[in-house]
Design a protein around this ligand. Structure first.
Ligand SMILES: Nc1ncnc2c1ncn2[C@@H]1O[C@H](COP(=O)(O)OP(=O)(O)OP(=O)(O)O)[C@@H](O)[C@H]1O
Ligand SMILES: [Mg+2]
Length: 463
């Protein structure tokens, strides 16, 4: 039921308005002073407040000012006496929704309050939607690696630079792309995603660049491509490693010349879309194998961002699990469940080959399957059973057969440095000590592996 608070010192006004609005289906309370109104608001939330301007003690404007300070988000309708328009106008400037003049016309008052209610509902809806969208795209995690990732995203976002996001399946590459878009100046523009792996080879060009009618069998009308749809915004080329060489050549041309032509078309179309790309493949390996164009790689890779696997940021596992639990509980309209200590250790033990996506799916499954409010260790025994080995690097699946010993060694070294940095919370001196190498050498290696150095300069403090 919509709720209303009437603030007026005249008992007659309180009872007349109270009666009318109760009949209108509102939940109505009434108080006689600004002080009483503020006191009420510490205990109760109202959708609309009808506030008399002239009150003994604290007047209506002062009361309104205090409400604004406290960020009360009810809509306020002022009641102004005769010749009190100036104050009413001031109230509007202070954020009141509208005013009605005394002597009160009940009809007019009902109308204004109804409008205020509608406004309040729209604002509340808007807030809830925004919170949902924000929650959907928040990068959750408290590990050093996540902090570093957020920092890289924040630095890359406002530039117009191309970003190549790489990392294993389910680590959050798309989430990174969305965050870059949302933090960029193009945020009001479109975000267009193209999954290059999901589109059949013979359709991808038309998908990206559009086609004109009759360009091929089945092209019954002109169709706009994704590059054009992303004009003024961001295009996210997901799974870029799965594009054919022929398509790669065409994409390269767009990147070089900022123009494209539709399949079967003759006009060159200018496009202004920021390009973000992602892959779970090791592109240097693909290049050596002749499957990916080196020139395209360099064009795309202006800012490389690596999204680390979940097993390298164990501190994030529980935070993410709780985050998904809260989110899914809201979605399913259920109460969130909590994890018992032995469930927590099972989650931390597991190596998460499917990364964050796997964790999210697991939480969803637990939400549905586990009765009661708690998740116990025994609800997770299947995790240990499915595990090949602990967190040991040696137990990880064999990499793609085309990985040379040199690449494997690099991968291992990069991984190892990242884990050492995580353990030492980004402190370079201590990490170098732990690894038994010079600081300068560590910096050189980090640069070589594309690991951004921590921004904090306090790393000599405890060295
Ligand atoms: N740090 C994070 N905080 C909150 N949610 C996350 C985080 N990382 C990933 N997710 C969620 O996990 C799921 C997988 O993430 P996303 O789709 O971005 O991964 P991906 O690397 O693109 O995966 P794939 O390689 O399978 O395409 C999504 O639901 C995403 O919202
Ligand atoms: Mg993805």
């Amino acid at each position: 039921m919509p709720s209303l608070l009437i603030v007026d010192d005249e008992p007659g006004v309180r009872s007349a308005l109270g009666g009318v609005f109760r009949d209108e289906g509102y939940d109505v309370d009434a108080v006689e002073s600004g002080e009483a109104c503020l006191e009420r608001l510490t205990r109760q939330v109202y959708d609309v407040i009808v506030l008399d301007i002239w009150l003994p003690g604290m007047d209506g404007l002062a009361t309104l000012a205090r409400m604004r300070e406290r960020q009360v988000d009810a809509q306020v309708v002022m009641i102004s006496g005769h010749g009190n328009i100036e104050s009413a106008v001031r109230a509007i400037k202070m954020g009141a929704f509208d005013f009605v003049e005394k002597p009160l016309s009940l009809e007019k008052t009902v109308l204004v309050v109804r409008n205020a209610m509608r406004q309040r509902r729209l604002e509340a809806e808007n807030q809830a939607l925004r919170a949902r969208v924000d929650a959907q795209y928040t990068m959750v995690g408290e590990s050093y690696l996540m902090a570093q990732l957020r920092e890289q995203v924040a630095m890359a976002a406002p530039t117009n630079g191309r970003v190549l996001i790489f990392g294993e399946n389910g680590t959050g590459k798309e989430l990174v792309a969305r965050n870059i878009h949302l933090l960029s100046r193009r945020r009001a523009g479109p975000f267009v995603e193209v999954n290059c792996a999901a589109i059949p080879e013979e359709l991808i060009e038309s998908e990206l660049f559009g086609h004109v009618r009759g360009a091929f069998t089945g092209a019954v009308s002109d169709r706009r491509g994704k590059f054009e749809a992303a004009h003024g915004g961001t295009i996210f080329l997901d799974e870029i490693g799965d594009m054919s060489l022929k398509t790669q050549a065409k994409v390269l041309r767009v990147l070089q010349e900022q123009v494209m032509d539709a399949v079967g078309g003759s006009a060159r179309i200018k496009v202004d879309a920021r390009v973000l790309a992602a892959t779970n493949k090791d592109l240097p390996v693909e290049i050596r194998a002749g499957r990916f164009r080196e020139d395209l790689y360099f064009r795309l890779n202006v800012v490389p961002i690596f999204v680390p696997p979940l097993r390298d940021r164990q501190e994030d596992i529980l935070v993410l699990a709780d985050h998904f639990m809260a989110m899914l509980a809201r979605e399913y309209g259920r109460r969130p469940k909590s994890f018992d200590p032995d469930a927590v250790s099972a989650l931390r033990r597991y190596p998460w080959p499917g990364n964050v996506r796997e964790l999210r799916n697991l939480v969803e499954r637990l939400m549905i399957m586990v009765p009661g409010d708690r998740i116990a260790g025994r609800d997770l025994t299947f995790l240990d059973q499915g595990m090949v080995g602990g967190m040991d690097t040696a137990a990880r699946p064999m990499p793609a057969s085309s990985t040379s010993l040199h690449d494997a060694r690099d991968q291992f070294e990069r991984d190892y440095i990242l884990r050492a940095l995580a353990v030492q919370q980004g402190n370079i001196s201590r990490t170098a000590d732990m690894l038994g190498i010079e600081r300068s050498n560590l910096y050189r290696k980090m640069r070589g592996f594309g690991i951004a150095p921590p921004r904090r300069i306090d790393d000599d403090e405890n060295a």
